[in-house]
Design a protein around this ligand. Structure first.
Ligand code: NAP
Length: 313
């Protein structure tokens, strides 16, 4: 992994810092991530105008009303035509189809980015959908967000001090990768570069499996006859452990589908660990159980959150 900066930066870039300039930013998918990108781009004066397209006309209207985008478009193609920066902030399974829709409107010099939580599938989808124009598409994943969805939760400072993983395609000329890096830095992000496969292996472990476990854990409690009365008694530990179980179902179905092999591998390792804990519990080996807990507790305390807040996806 190559980091542009050794450690995340806590705040937005200073006003007047070198910011790349675009005439027209097109945001496709004006939800939490897309809306936050648009707001941060406006703060950084990254583009002269921001046009948005989203599946639901009501989302576009809400984004205009909230000042997140300047104009709405009737289609992805209309939004992307004439744009020199295009950001796709839709669920990962929608990225390939959307790229196909905009391909004919793209200028040769336009920079295309996404914000999807998986990268190998997005890289493949871009190559298939765009052909030669895939050279302009730089896959990205900002490690920022929350369990909330929708433009109403967009935040101008969502990317401040947050890591943004950039996973260039072999087809990307260096100038497109550099431009993508400059865009994220202008939005307050801290860029790390790695391959799509390295990304997917790492995030299966530290993001995708935790979400799967959180969903399964809440499901297991809620389906018990006394589940709802147990839940009424739950406190801060339960809240911390399960916050991400409130995340968007469609988005996470897509992530598990796109990265199933890596998630299954992590799940196997998790099941082995649980089996080890269970065996000690069954056999009453309390000192061994304590030793396992001690190792986990130490690892958690040794872990320094790479971001100022630890509520990112
Ligand atoms: P979100 O708030 O639900 O926003 C997604 C937006 O895309 C919505 O406005 C949605 O529909 C629109 N959309 C869906 N399908 C579309 C299509 N085919 N064409 C046009 N617009 C479409 O979700 P999000 O949290 O911003 O996630 C967006 C992406 O960011 C996902 O790929 C996710 O993996 C990634 N990501 C999320 C997080 C996180 O914490 N949430 C973190 C990092 C990366 P409507 O127009 O109907 O509202």
């Amino acid at each position: 992994m190559v980091s542009r900066n050794p450690s995340p930066r806590p705040a937005a870039p200073e006003p007047g810092a070198l910011t790349p300039q675009f005439r027209r930013l097109a945001v496709l998918g004006v939800g939490l991530l897309g809306g936050s990108f648009a707001l941060a781009a406006k703060r950084a004066a990254l583009a002269r105008e921001v046009v948005g397209y989203s599946k639901s006309p009501s989302t576009i209207q809400a984004a205009i009303k909230a000042g997140v985008i300047d104009h709405g478009a009737d289609s992805a193609l209309q939004a992307a035509t004439g744009a020199d920066l295009v950001v796709l902030a839709v669920p990962v399974a929608a990225i390939g189809p959307l790229l196909r829709q905009i391909r004919l409107g793209l200028s040769d010099s336009a920079l295309l980015l996404d914000v999807g939580s998986t990268k190998a599938d997005v890289a493949d989808a871009a190559l298939h959908a765009l052909g030669e124009a895939a050279r302009q598409f730089v896959p990205c994943h900002p490690i920022a967000g929350s369990e909330r969805s929708g433009v109403q939760h967009a935040q101008v400072d969502l990317f401040d001090g947050r890591r943004v993983v950039v996973t260039p395609l072999e087809a990307n000329p260096a100038r497109f990768v550099d431009a993508a890096t400059q865009v994220w830095e202008a939005l307050g992000g801290v860029v790390s570069v790695m391959s799509p496969h390295e990304h997917d292996a790492a995030f299966a472990a530290v993001s995708h499996l935790p979400h799967l476990l959180a969903f399964a854990f809440v499901y297991a409690i809620a389906r018990q006859p006394q589940g709802s009365s147990f839940l009424q008694l739950a406190g801060p530990g339960f809240r911390d452990f399960t916050r991400i179980a409130g995340s968007d179902p469609t988005m996470w179905r897509d992530v598990f589908q796109a990265n199933s092999a890596e998630v299954l591998q992590q799940l196997q390792m998790f099941k082995q660990a649980v089996a080890g804990f269970e065996a000690q519990l069954r056999q009453g080996n309390w000192s061994v159980l304590e030793s396992l807990i001690r190792q986990a507790s130490q690892s958690r305390r040794d872990w320094a959150s790479p971001s100022p807040a630890d509520d990112a996806t």
